[in-house]
Ligand binder design. Structure first.
Ligand SMILES: *[C@@H]1O[C@H](CO)[C@@H](O)[C@H](O)[C@H]1NC(C)=O
Ligand SMILES: *[C@@H]1O[C@H](CO)[C@@H](O)[C@H](O)[C@H]1NC(C)=O
Ligand SMILES: *[C@@H]1O[C@H](CO)[C@@H](O)[C@H](O)[C@H]1NC(C)=O
Ligand SMILES: *[C@@H]1O[C@H](CO)[C@@H](O)[C@H](O)[C@H]1NC(C)=O
Ligand SMILES: *[C@@H]1O[C@H](CO)[C@@H](O)[C@H](O)[C@H]1NC(C)=O
Ligand SMILES: *[C@@H]1O[C@H](CO)[C@@H](O)[C@H](O)[C@H]1NC(C)=O
Ligand SMILES: *[C@@H]1O[C@H](CO)[C@@H](O)[C@H](O)[C@H]1NC(C)=O
Ligand SMILES: *[C@@H]1O[C@H](CO)[C@@H](O)[C@H](O)[C@H]1NC(C)=O
Ligand SMILES: *[C@@H]1O[C@H](CO)[C@@H](O)[C@H](O)[C@H]1NC(C)=O
Ligand SMILES: *[C@@H]1O[C@H](CO)[C@@H](O)[C@H](O)[C@H]1NC(C)=O
Length: 541
């Protein structure tokens, strides 16, 4: 009979979809096994589909000397089918500038998109059949089976509960996912802000260099040009960093908020739909149930597509986490991350450090020469440029933090530290007459003091921020940041994107099956009512 067949058809469809999902997932590259592990690096599939724990793998590779050749990041995780390359396996590893990487990740969600499409088409056909059947064979006498009725009611209740649980998981999961995304974003922005801040501070210190011409003792020309070059570089880095951070932060924060809103609305609507559908079908309001079924049909399709998108998101996050960790662990290898991070090699970084030490040391020497040869000397008035009526207690000399071979040196007693020399020397400034001669006791004219302060500023800036600059240059700073992200933020991000994903799958499938059972139960219910009305009761008969 057409009615029965169409019902059966619906049922078969539902189970077909269910098995399709499971099979599709098992058959694809989808890393379900890694979902079961709590370790964020997870487990990985090697070519033979044998699960290899990443920890073991790392132990194995650590025996080898670090490579300076190309390292493929997250090679095992990203070993997926690439639809852009005849479905051959993609072997390029984590490389966001490679479209094959994106294609192969997106392909992991293909089962969901296929299921969404199948569901959309087949359920439409199903509805059509039911509609036709309703028109053509409404007069056919009903058969009623107690077991079918009970079974459909039990399954309806079961799927409704599953859908509600799925909605709850989805809601909690999206909350946690949102907060871990926001925390991660804040951390990255904070790191970028601190870096830009430090760079601006350095630029400020270097700006003082333009004021240096400490009396007659001129700074070597090469040092002047070095400082200028460094300042230009630092300025542009700070500005680029700040503007990029600001742009990206706003974009990402906007996206995160939209995803959160979408998931909240989705879980609320699904909850409402499940509840309404359940109540309406229990009370047998078939017309309303069919309206809800139409809504549910579209919503389920949307949910399945969203599942696919979240799966891609989850996989990209996991890939990136693994890639970051591998990059941190193999500092010498050339990787895809080097294409997007402007890291210079260790030798250049060390040269910068040497340069900054050299400039610091030279500036301190220059200032000290001025102090010993001019300020602390008592000249006769005939030595006019050098004589400016300096008198009173002698200035303490500046502490040079480096020996002439640029190794670290600690201060001798009686030397002042770079950090507060300016403050100490302030007490030795005299008042000058219009001719530029000290009229009160003191060993520094305000002009000489200003220039010495500028020199100290530059030395201090370079001394204090030099190591930071070098860390930045050879990406040590980025490595630390990535290490932190990997160990602190990655576990949460992965766990909660998984929650959202599982919630979506549960809601999608449970609502899908509920829809089917609203229809099936509604029919069984009508059959029952019809049978009761048209059959003489056994007690009376
Ligand atoms: C590895 O390093 C050595 C010396 O440091 C260099 O000669 C060689 O070309 C490097 N190999 C690659 C593939 O970069
Ligand atoms: C980063 O810096 C910008 C301005 O430079 C500031 O508005 C923002 O609040 C800072 N953010 C953090 C997290 O420090
Ligand atoms: C930059 O300088 C200001 C004032 O000199 C200081 O408060 C701030 O902590 C410095 N920032 C960094 C990152 O060192
Ligand atoms: C020294 O550097 C600080 C911070 O950049 C700045 O506020 C101060 O004005 C500088 N002093 C001189 C004398 O340039
Ligand atoms: C660097 O930036 C500072 C302000 O942050 C500015 O005063 C200076 O002129 C800039 N220097 C160069 C070389 O661009
Ligand atoms: C990453 O992909 C780009 C674009 O395909 C390619 O040029 C680059 O060499 C790749 N990087 C690595 C390390 O494979
Ligand atoms: C860079 O070189 C210095 C010495 O030249 C060494 O101490 C340091 O560990 C090296 N850093 C890296 C990341 O290789
Ligand atoms: C300062 O004195 C030292 C020796 O005390 C001498 O070698 C140096 O040339 C003098 N510098 C100037 C600029 O007079
Ligand atoms: C300068 O700093 C040193 C140590 O950093 C400290 O011992 C000394 O008291 C400070 N002097 C002044 C005047 O602040
Ligand atoms: C030189 O300084 C002393 C104070 O130390 C002052 O009494 C004297 O008048 C000054 N000489 C000139 C020519 O200004």
């Amino acid at each position: 009979m057409l009615c029965k067949t169409s019902l059966l058809f619906c049922l078969v469809t539902a189970f077909f979809i269910l098995s399709c999902v499971t099979l599709g997932l098992a058959g694809s590259d989808f890393d379900f096994p890694s979902f079961q592990t709590t370790s964020i690096s997870g487990e990985i599939r090697n070519e033979n589909n044998v699960l290899v724990s990443w920890g073991t793998k790392r132990l194995l590779t650590e025996d080898e000397p670090p490579l300076n050749s190309s390292l493929i990041l997250a090679a095992k995780r990203t070993y997926r089918k690439d639809p852009l390359n005849n479905f051959k396996r993609y072997t390029g590893g984590w490389n966001i500038s490679n479209r094959h990487y994106w294609a192969s990740v997106a392909f992991t969600a293909a089962p969901f998109f296929v299921v969404a499409l199948i569901w959309f088409v087949i359920f439409a056909l199903c509805l059509l059949f039911i509609c036709l059947c309703y028109c053509c064979c409404r007069r056919v006498p009903y058969g009623y089976s107690r077991i079918a009725y009970a079974l459909s009611l039990i399954l309806l209740i079961l799927f409704t509960i599953t859908a509600v649980v799925g909605c709850i998981i989805l809601y909690i999961g999206q909350g946690k996912f949102h907060s871990s995304t926001v925390n991660t974003l804040d951390y990255v922005v904070h790191q970028a802000n601190t870096t830009a801040d430090s760079l601006r501070n350095i630029s400020g210190y270097l700006a003082a260099a333009k004021l240096i011409a400490v009396d007659q003792v001129l700074l070597p020309g090469s040092v002047q040009t070095d400082i200028d070059r460094i300042q230009t570089k630092i300025n542009s880095s700070a500005n680029t960093l700040a503007s990029k951070t600001e742009d990206n932060k706003d974009d990402i924060a906007g996206l995160v908020e939209s995803v959160r809103l979408a998931l909240i609305i989705l879980s609320a609507i699904m909850l409402l739909l499940t509840f309404l559908g359940f109540v309406l079908s229990i009370f047998g309001m078939q017309a309303f149930v069919y309206i809800l079924v139409i809504f549910g049909w579209i919503l389920v399709t949307g949910t399945l597509i969203l599942c696919g998108i979240f799966l891609v998101l989850h996989n990209v996050t996991a890939d990136s986490c693994v890639a970051m960790n591998q990059w941190v662990q193999h500092p010498l290898a050339h990787t895809a991350l080097d294409d997007i991070l402007p890291c210079v090699d260790n030798a250049t970084a060390q040269e910068t450090l040497t340069k900054s030490k050299e400039v610091t040391s030279k500036l301190v020497d220059v200032v000290n020469q001025v102090i010993t040869n001019i300020s602390n000397n008592n000249f006769s008035p005939s030595f006019r440029p050098l004589y400016y009526n300096q008198s009173g207690p002698k200035l303490p000399i500046l502490c040079n933090p480096f020996f002439s071979d640029l190794t670290d040196r600690s201060c001798s007693p009686g030397e002042v530290d770079l950090s507060n020399a300016t403050k100490v020397w302030d007490n030795y400034v005299c008042q000058v007459s219009p001719s530029g001669i000290c009229s009160t006791t003191g060993r520094l004219t305000p002009i000489i003091y200003g220039q010495m302060a500028a020199a100290v500023n530059v030395s201090f800036g370079l001394y204090h921020y030099g190591p930071f600059l070098v860390d930045l240059e050879d990406c040590d700073f980025v490595r630390q940041t990535f290490g932190d992200i990997y160990s602190i933020y990655c576990p949460g991000l992965q766990r909660y994107s998984k929650w959202v994903y599982i919630g979506l799958v549960m809601v999608g499938l449970a609502v899908l099956l509920s829809l089917t059972f609203w229809v099936i139960y509604g029919r069984e219910r009508r059959h029952r009512v019809y049978t009761k009305e048209h059959m003489p009761k056994p007690a009376e008969g």
